[in-house]
Design a protein around this ligand. Structure first.
Ligand SMILES: NC(=O)C1=CN([C@@H]2O[C@H](COP(=O)(O)OP(=O)(O)OC[C@H]3O[C@@H](n4cnc5c(N)ncnc54)[C@H](O)[C@@H]3O)[C@@H](O)[C@H]2O)C=CC1
Ligand SMILES: CC(=O)C(=O)O
Ligand SMILES: [Mg+2]
Length: 571
């Protein structure tokens, strides 16, 4: 058996108990209590981590709502990292929805009212002259591998949340630790407070962010660039994760920086990757090819377009289609209806141009009350085999839409991916009933299984980027890759797809269970790291054969080590 790791710690007395990285609470041993001046600061009895977890679980049980549980866990994280992560690891499926989607969305929208303690780095537009000092204050002497940042323009389906964006950066960071084993001490969570266009926040006297309209244009770009250059200068080997930016900035910033630093946009690339893996599994069940699919994407924002591009690239890489041929498999429907050539140019964003349906094809289509080619008409004429929702429009996949799809597709693949749960385009059970028990379904947030006509149950896979992004980025971090390339992402995606339970049993879920997500993300990380080495992007001198062992070795696990007091040690 491996012996407990030994840590040399320079803190003493209450400083150890108030530092979440080192605090063990009642688990400090008698020897440690003497060495760190804790004997009189703790009750007599020494607990094991398992006992602490059992007590915390009971305490959590007394919280009256999911939001109260989220708040309880947040304060546990402020007190004791090992206990927080150990508790969640022991109850992964129950607690991920509490610390992540859907409950975290509620916590973020109440951020100013629930505020208790600062977490992470707050960079505010008006304070940008001090940005480097503020940045160094939190990073100096720390060995940071990962920076997770958000400007909070499009948080988890609930729109602009201003300074509350720190909540998504810290939640995504926690998922990195839980599912990939990234050391929490090596992660920096950042909110980029450039104001907010959310009137409710601006009118709220308790709002704790910068009460100003969102800064845009050159001023915004200069502010973001200042931040990215600090990351590049002071943390050159780190990975920079962008989360929940508005659609235009999401694409622009990724393209601007990804060739010079390892950058990742989760809503674009993570969502694209997990959905590609999910559709690959589904076409395995229907015994067809990716390139045989006709795909309607409802909501062509960061996620919708990221998914479209990733599926398109999959058709090119895996099935050998040309890019132009692959583009023709997609029908994008946004708030002005189907994106086609006759739409006014102002309604067609630059990023969607390659997927615009040609003039002529839709000339005689019926228009809805807004003069648009709506979803139902698109489904009638395009006869999709795959229908994906990333629109935040709850209930948009109506009975008529699903029944129409079923007329032309024996096993319709239906993926309502919008978060949180109330914004899903269709409830899985409704989709299954309307598709006469034949739908293949995955959702963005967790849902209970569907009942099938014969009484059996169908497990609804969770197609959430958390099933893949921690592994994708951990693979790049492990190998200290200079950049995160599309082919590294495809390698991770193929590894995830190969783990689909539906490949072994077509009646099973399309993606692995979230309870298995730590093992799944490890596999993804290994595939990405191997690819990084093969492509020459890695800056570590490893052979591909040693990646698995190294990856496991580098994982942080929520266990208490043995502490030795050492004034020259960590603090
Ligand atoms: N399952 C997962 O892993 C992920 C899910 N999401 C979810 O996807 C949703 C979209 O997120 P983002 O793409 O980041 O937001 P976004 O704001 O970039 O995209 C939303 C798109 O939907 C369009 N839309 C709005 N109303 C519409 C309507 N009535 N009909 C058709 N389209 C309409 C908007 O114009 C926009 O293009 C959110 O609910 C988010 O939580 C996002 C990332 C990952
Ligand atoms: C899951 C995620 O990244 C989102 O809903 O934005
Ligand atoms: Mg997101």
């Amino acid at each position: 058996m491996a012996s407990d790791p030994v840590f040399r710690v320079a803190l003493h007395g209450s400083a150890v108990l108030t530092n979440p990285r080192f605090n063990k609470g009642t688990a400090f041993t008698a020897e440690e209590r003497r060495a760190f001046g804790l004997t009189g600061r703790l009750p007599h009895r020494i607990n094991m981590l398992d006992e602490q977890c059992a007590r915390a679980w009971d305490q959590l049980d007394t919280c009256g709502s999911d939001l109260a549980k989220n708040t309880f866990l947040q304060s546990m994280r402020d007190q004791n990292w090992v206990l927080y992560y150990a508790l969640i690891r022991r109850h992964l499926k129950e607690l991920i929805p509490i610390i992540y989607t859907p409950t975290e969305a509620e916590a973020i929208s109440n951020y100013s009212h629930l505020f208790r303690k600062s977490e992470g780095l707050y960079l505010t537009f008006v304070d940008q002259d001090a940005m480097e000092d503020d940045f160094l204050e939190q990073t100096k002497g720390r060995d940071i591998d990962l920076v997770v940042c958000s400007d909070a323009e499009q948080i988890l389906g609930i729109g602009d949340q201003g300074v509350g964006g720190i909540g998504i950066s810290t939640a995504k960071a926690a998922i990195y630790t839980l599912l990939a084993g990234t050391d929490p001490a090596k992660i920096l969570s950042v909110t980029l407070d450039v104001g907010t266009d959310n009137d409710q926040l601006l009118d709220d006297p308790l709002y704790v962010g910068w009460p100003h309209r969102r800064v845009r244009g050159n001023d915004y770009d200069t502010f973001i660039d200042k931040f990215v250059q600090l990351v590049r200068k002071h943390l050159p080997h780190s990975l920079l994760h962008f989360e929940d930016f508005g659609v235009t900035n999401a694409y622009r910033l990724l393209e601007k920086y990804r060739d010079n630093h390892a950058c990742f946009n989760d809503d674009v690339q993570g969502t694209g990757a997990v959905t590609l893996a999910c559709v690959m599994a589904a076409v395995g069940v229907t015994k067809s090819k990716l390139s045989d699919q006709r795909i309607v994407v409802f909501g062509a924002g960061s996620a919708g377009l990221g998914i479209t591009r990733q599926l398109r690239d999959g058709m090119v890489e895996i099935d050998g289609l040309s890019k132009d041929e692959a583009n023709k498999r997609f029908y994008l429907v946004d708030k002005f209806g189907l994106i086609h050539e006759r739409l006014e140019p102002s309604k067609v964003r630059e990023a969607v141009r390659e997927f615009v349906r040609p003039q002529g094809e839709w000339d005689d289509a019926s228009l809805d009350g807004n003069g648009a080619v709506g979803l139902l008409e698109t489904v009638k004429r395009a006869r999709p085999t795959v229908l994906i929702g990333c629109s935040t429009v709850g209930g948009a996949f109506t009975e008529e839409v699903i029944r129409e799809m079923k007329k032309h597709s024996e096993r319709p693949i239906i993926l309502p991916l919008s978060n949180p749960s109330r914004l899903h385009e269709v409830k899985p059970q409704d989709a299954m009933d309307w598709a006469e028990g034949k739908a293949l379904i995955a959702t963005g947030s967790p849902f209970p299984p569907c009942k099938l006509p014969g009484g059996k149950e169908y497990i609804v896979a969770e197609c959430n980027n958390a099933l893949i992004y921690p592994g994708l980025c951990f693979g790049a971090m492990l190998t200290k890759s200079r950049i995160l390339t599309d082919s590294m992402i495809i390698a991770g995606t193929q590894r995830l797809a190969s783990l689909s339970p539906a490949l072994k049993n077509p009646e099973d879920a399309l993606l692995p269970d979230f309870g298995d997500s730590p093992d799944v993300n490890l596999e993804v990380a290994i595939a990405v790291a191997e690819k990084a080495i093969e492509e020459g992007n890695a800056t570590v001198d490893w052979k591909k054969e040693e990646v698995r062992e190294r990856a496991v070795e580098k994982q942080w696990n929520p266990v208490y080590g043995v502490f030795v007091y050492d004034p020259q040690g960590d603090s």
